[in-house]
Design a binder for this molecule. Structure first.
Ligand code: ADP
Length: 194
């Protein structure tokens, strides 16, 4: 199986690149942000609770997202692999993901981290807010809060995968196709060296 963690701050381009990677490598896309937004749209109990945190730019509790990921993994037993987008966002989530995959006799192949500076991120997110209507992209203070959550809670996940020798940094500035090429090269290399 090819199991990728696509990592990077809000606005780094994870969603855009995920779509292209799924098409190329025939993977199932697991975006905790998308799953949570679907829960919010359907006004489930989980969605109503999550919305309060998401609107403030705060992370949803680990147990909630880990449970969501587990049920999505179980829903695709014959997949050739998964792309994890926006997950894991804390070291506890990373550990839980390792345990889940281990139970399914598989593991993470590689973490690919898109690197983009803070001012570029804010500009991209404000622009996305105008186009997509996503509430958490429309308010600069919420965007800064999300970047702060990323820096304090999510950034350590990088070290978690680096310690396993699974981390690759990718420059996230440039054309969509050029970044996609860098990602594909990194994936081909890690598959070849297995
Ligand atoms: P972004 O575009 O900012 O990277 P996402 O679309 O991935 O954000 O997620 C939007 C919001 O959903 C986050 O700000 C957070 O509140 C919540 N969320 C998504 N994934 C997770 C996760 N793995 N752990 C905790 N909260 C999450």
């Amino acid at each position: 199986m090819l199991n990728l963690v696509l990592f990077g701050p809000p606005g780094a381009g994870k969603g855009t690149q995920s779509e292209k990677l799924i098409a190329r490598f025939h993977l199932v896309h697991l975006s905790t942000g998308d799953i949570l937004r679907a829960e919010v749209a359907n006004q489930t109990t989980l969605g109503l609770e999550a919305k309060k945190l998401m609107d403030q730019g705060l992370l949803v509790p680990d147990e909630v997202v880990i449970g969501m990921i587990e049920s999505k993994l179980d829903a695709h037993p014959h997949s050739q692999g998964f792309i994890f987008d926006g997950f894991p966002r804390t070291q506890a989530q990373a550990k839980a993901l390792d345990d889940l995959l281990h139970r399914k006799t598989t593991s993470i192949t590689r973490m690919l981290a898109l690197e983009v500076g803070e001012e570029e991120l804010i500009a991209r997110l404000l622009n996305r807010g105008k186009e997509s209507g996503r509430a958490d992209d429309q308010d600069e203070s919420v965007i800064r809060k999300r970047i702060n959550e990323y820096t304090t809670k999510t950034e350590p996940v990088r070290a978690y995968y680096a310690a396993q020798g699974k981390y690759t940094g990718i420059n996230g500035i440039g054309s969509i196709d050029a970044i996609f090429d860098s990602l594909c090269q990194a994936i081909d290399q890690s598959v070849a060296s297995k």
